[in-house]
Design a protein around this ligand. Structure first.
Ligand SMILES: [Zn+2]
Length: 282
């Protein structure tokens, strides 16, 4: 059952203008104050606050998003996709996840894994600042409400979210605290210390391990932590270029690092993610 069939407000989504609950209809979403937002053909909606919305290109561009999707479709991060599905199933068994919000959903592969791990009637919403990314998410996860939105100004109702996920995405703890329910869970996936170590050794003259996320600023208790690790074989110059292009490394790789990368035709790399679940007090 999708919320567009219901004549009632979406349990999570809020109007970016006035903050009231949004009602989701076939072609648009609107609030009781009649602020309305058209849904794109793929079903997603632009909920960037008007005025902030029309800047040229923000977030990952279409090429970066497409390269990320191709990379993920090769299965290189299946250890994370499958690990997330198991983790969300376990969290739901422990305490029903009545409302999942995926913050910084990217192209939606991880969103899909989490949504598919939940019973179908659970309200879900996913957003990202990148319109090309949200377009792919809307196609892959049609049961979720997908939106273009910013993590610093989330179009989400106060204290409505049972499980907030941030998978390799920016953290904005003040907004997380505003939208999470009492007793809710915040799931953060960040790179482990050895994540893509061999690639970074190629790119940077002075390799050092990733700093791992240890805590959120408000010192919420950790109720679960899982590591997902594997080793993947990047089998062509194209795959190497793809993985580089979908990481933040693309912004700060020195020229000699880019040249070393361009000379490689294959590389075995460690994949290492840390999933940490924080409990929000009742
Ligand atoms: Zn409104």
């Amino acid at each position: 059952m999708s919320f567009e069939e219901l004549d009632e407000p979406h349990p999570l989504a809020a109007c970016p203008v006035c903050g009231q609950p949004l009602q989701v209809a076939q072609r648009q979403v609107h609030c009781p104050q009649r602020h309305s937002f058209d849904r794109a053909r793929e079903g997603f909606v632009n909920l960037l606050r008007p005025g902030k919305a029309r800047k040229a290109v923000i977030g990952d561009d279409a090429e970066m998003v497409a390269s990320r999707r191709r990379f993920l479709d090769r299965g290189h991060y299946d250890v994370l996709t499958q690990g997330l599905a198991r983790l969300v199933e376990d969290l739901d068994a422990d305490q029903a996840v009545e409302g999942l919000l995926d913050v910084g959903c990217g192209e939606g592969t991880f969103t899909a894994a989490m949504v598919d791990a939940l019973p179908q009637d659970r309200p879900t919403m996913a957003f990202d600042i990148s319109r090309p990314a949200v377009k792919l998410t809307a196609r892959r996860v049609p049961s979720a409400l997908s939106a273009v939105a910013s993590v610093i100004d989330m179009p989400v109702q106060d204290h409505s979210v049972a499980l907030l996920s941030s998978i390799m995405a920016p953290l904005h703890e003040a907004e997380f605290s505003r939208v999470i329910r009492p007793g809710g869970r915040i799931l953060v996936v960040s790179p482990g210390d050895t994540h893509l170590a061999q690639l970074r050794q190629v790119l940077y003259p002075h390799y050092r391990p990733h700093d791992e996320l240890v805590a959120l600023a408000d010192a919420l208790p950790v109720v679960e932590q899982r590591r997902f690790t594997s080793q993947v074989h990047l089998a062509s110059a194209q795959e190497l270029h793809e993985v580089w292009g979908m990481t933040p490394y693309r912004w700060n790789t020195p020229l000699d690092g880019q040249q070393r990368l361009a000379q490689l035709t294959e590389l075995d790399v460690d994949v290492h993610f840390v999933a940490t679940v924080f409990a929000v007090p009742h």
